[in-house]
Design a protein around this ligand. Structure first.
Ligand SMILES: Nc1ncnc2c1ncn2[C@@H]1O[C@H](COP(=O)(O)OP(=O)(O)O)[C@@H](O)[C@H]1O
Ligand SMILES: Nc1ccn([C@@H]2O[C@H](COP(=O)(O)OP(=O)(O)O)[C@@H](O)[C@H]2O)c(=O)n1
Length: 235
């Protein structure tokens, strides 16, 4: 029988785009010696595969039929997270504007969610068994993927702050102005929150942290403290 390491801790971090999930989760996992899983990268990876293979991402049935074809593998070292699709490094291609604009449609398809959720649960189970635990970040981790997580965090921030953070990242690459970034972000949030299957939502037992006025270091510190309190309570 598979048993978790006695001290293993499972942390779920959810929230909309630009609230700081990836940066916070990676740093917290690195500080505490936990593994790290970016579930958004997995949805981006399957979207990239659909685009590369000529599947119309607005055709939910075509996406459902193809969903099982790509093999998506996530590396969970927080110092160097990786993502491959059919053995190809997908870290760069999954961050293009094209993938970003199509990922909400693909991730709303129930067959896609079933497959990716299974993958996420197996990665979390392995981290609980073979390591000290994992920080998993996404949209539905606390509500659906890992409802029994030891700690659930829901990050929020104003749309203005999130758009400013995102357009800061894009500058010099695919330069988008602040208003366009904000509009695209609000549109994606609405699609992610409004879908039928496993929408973006705060779990009833999640701790909400508004990051609008906090520095990244303050958010990391806050989450590290919450994880340490959780661990101490179980000793
Ligand atoms: N509290 C914060 N204050 C300022 N910038 C932040 C903060 N948290 C994250 N950032 C920056 O905002 C951008 C988006 O953060 P990221 O962690 O990718 O968010 P998410 O995973 O929620 O989309 C990154 O460039 C990151 O460095
Ligand atoms: N657990 C998750 C994670 C991401 N997603 C989808 O994947 C997209 C990309 O997620 P992401 O975390 O990479 O997005 P950003 O926060 O980086 O903008 C989201 O907009 C959702 O459509 C999801 O449906 N469920």
């Amino acid at each position: 029988m598979e048993t978790a390491a006695p001290s293993a801790v499972i942390v779920a971090i959810d929230g909309p785009s630009g609230t700081g999930k990836s940066s916070t989760s990676k740093a917290v996992a690195a500080k505490l010696g936990l593994r790290y899983l970016d579930t958004g990268a997995q949805y981006r990876a399957i979207t990239w595969w659909m685009i590369s293979n000529g599947v119309d991402t607005d055709d939910a049935q075509a996406v459902a039929v193809a969903a099982g074809k790509p093999s998506i593998v996530s590396g969970t070292d927080p110092a160097a997270p990786t993502i491959t699709v059919d053995g190809l490094d997908a870290a760069g291609p999954i961050r293009t504007q094209e993938v970003t604009s199509k990922v909400s449609a693909v991730s709303a398809v129930p067959e896609v969610r079933t497959l990716i959720t299974e993958l996420q649960r197996s990665i979390a189970a392995e981290a609980a068994r073979d390591a000290d635990g994992i920080v998993v970040e996404g949209r539905d981790i606390g509500t659906t993927v890992l409802p029994d997580a030891d700690l659930k965090i829901f990050l929020t921030a104003s749309a203005e702050a999130r758009a400013a953070r995102r357009s800061g990242e894009l500058r010099g690459k695919e330069a988008a102005d602040l208003a366009a970034t904000k509009a695209a972000l609000i549109k994606r949030d609405a699609a992610d929150s409004g879908r039928k299957t496993s929408p973006l939502a705060k779990a009833g037992d999640a701790v909400e942290v508004d990051t609008t006025e906090l520095t990244l270091d303050q958010v990391i510190e806050c989450v590290v403290t919450l994880v340490e309190e959780k661990r101490a309570g179980r000793r």
